[in-house]
Each structure stands twice: as structure tokens, then as C-alpha cells.
Design a protein around this ligand. Structure first.
Ligand SMILES: Nc1ccccc1-c1cnco1
Length: 245
């Protein structure tokens, strides 16, 4: 997969050179490029914003630098390769979820446009529809100062799903949201710590009972912390709630 990120703060994306994603890049599993939007300006001040039509506080990102930057990223595309997906982090976007991470991990090329200020001139989004599949995307209902932090989260969530990135692919299976439920609690040595013991079933060696206990804990936690997820969860997969361990 190729990922391009366009930002006025390219150094914000430096963490993508570290750890799992950094290694995936070194191993050639992920082809990731960060671009400075100001490199696509033509004035001596390298300006990227201006006052909003209609008035109001703040500044709006100018259309032309974005069109120049985004156009430079589609020209790199080989014939026959699927149309790239342009992801625009935005509080007004569709909600980014684990299901979307899996879906986007299948794409050939993702381009992330990091908006700042009051946002990007809407005509860029309209223009981009002719060159990309455009998907405004939100991490949640809160306000950030720009898209960079959202891109860090989305690139990690998507990149770790690419083949070969995570050492043991089995670890992707039993994570929160991988099956519609939150993950079960985990424990390690010592078996007793500050008078708190590891649940006995986990020391039993009975893998069937351990699996049942873990599934029940997933359901209990989800019901307690995220009952909204249960509305979409297939009731047929639920453990019997009356079972004791
Ligand atoms: N608030 C923001 C401002 C700029 C770019 C993205 C966001 C965002 C993304 N998800 C939630 O907020």
C-alpha cells in the first residue's frame, strides 16, 4: 500500500517513522510519503490560507495549493491501479471505526489531507471527486486543531492490519472491536499481587472454560461500558449470561 499525507506541519507525522509503522516502512510493507503543502504555493510568503467569504473568525485554507498538491499524487499512479482514496480528517466526517480500518487496508493508495484553521475551501473537496474517492473522516465528537493527530491514529490502525506488519496475526483477532465486542481483561505473573489474585479459571489449564470465561468477560465489559455496541452485535454469538466460572 502507498500512503501520502499532505500537511503544513510535516514534522507532526514524524512518529510514523517509529515502532511498528516505521519498521513496516523499512521492510517495504508500507510506502508512506509526507508532503509539505507549502511546497505547492507560488507566492514568496508561501501562503496557504485567507479570510473566509461571508465573514467569521479564523482563516480558510486556499484551494489552489491543495489542488496542486493532490494532483501531484494522482500522477504517480500506475495505469490500471484503483482510484486513490482521499481521506480528509474532519469533525464533520463519517466515523472512523475498526471496520473502516479493515476496509481501507484493502486499498492501493490512501491520501490524507490534513486541514487546519477553519478548514479547507469546500471547492477542493468538490474538485477532488473527479480524481479520488473522497471520504471526510472523524475520529469522534470532539474538536482538534488540525487533521495530523487524526492521521497518526488512522495510519496506525490501518497500517497494523497490512500483511506482515504485526508479528503474530492471531493477535489481531482478539482485540477490542475485532468481533464487535470489547476485549477481555488480561493478566500476567505474579498469580497473586497486593492481595489480588488472577481469576482461578485462567490457571486451570482448561482451555474450553478459559475461552468461555473470556467471551463472557467481553460481553460483560461491552454491556457495562459500550451498550451501544451491543445493539449491532449479533445476539447469536452471545455467551449464556447465567454461566458461572
Ligand atoms: N476537529 C478536527 C479539526 C481538523 C481536522 C480533524 C478534526 C477531527 C477529526 N476527528 C475529530 O475531529
Amino acid at each position: 500500500m502507498r500512503i501520502d499525507v499532505v500537511s503544513i506541519f510535516p514534522e507532526y507525522l514524524a512518529p510514523l517513522e517509529l515502532s511498528l509503522i516505521g519498521k513496516a516502512r523499512q521492510d517495504g510493507l508500507l510506502d508512506l510519503h509526507v508532503h509539505d503543502l507549502r511546497d505547492f504555493t507560488t507566492d514568496k510568503h508561501r501562503s496557504v490560507d485567507d479570510t473566509p467569504y461571508g465573514g467569521g473568525a479564523g482563516m480558510v485554507m486556499k484551494a489552489e495549493p491543495w489542488a496542486q498538491a493532490l494532483a501531484s499524487l494522482t500522477e504517480a499512479r500506475r495505469d490500471g491501479v484503483a482510484r486513490p482514496v482521499l481521506i480528509v480528517p474532519s469533525p464533520a466526517g463519517e466515523r472512523f471505526t475498526q471496520a473502516l480500518a479493515y476496509e481501507l487496508a484493502e486499498e492501493d493508495q490512501l491520501v490524507f489531507a490534513c486541514g487546519r484553521y477553519e478548514g479547507i475551501d469546500e471547492r477542493v473537496i468538490e474538485w477532488a471527486e473527479d480524481h479520488f474517492t473522497v471520504r471526510p473522516m472523524s475520529l469522534g465528537d470532539y474538536v482538534l486543531n488540525g487533521g495530523e493527530v487524526a492521521v497518526l491514529a488512522m495510519v496506525e490502525a490501518i497500517g497494523r492490519l497490512l500483511p506482515g506488519v504485526v508479528g503474530n496475526p492471531d493477535s489481531l483477532v482478539e482485540e477490542s472491536h475485532s468481533d464487535g465486542l470489547l476485549e477481555y481483561p488480561v493478566y500476567t505473573k505474579p498469580a497473586s499481587w497486593r492481595e489480588r489474585d488472577v481469576p482461578a479459571v485462567l490457571l486451570s489449564g482448561n482451555h474450553g472454560k478459559i475461552a468461555q470465561w473470556r467471551r463472557h468477560e467481553q460481553y460483560r465489559r461491552t454491556a457495562e461500558r459500550r451498550p451501544d455496541l451491543l445493539e449491532t452485535f449479533d445476539a447469536g454469538k452471545l455467551p449464556r449470561a447465567d454461566r458461572t466460572f
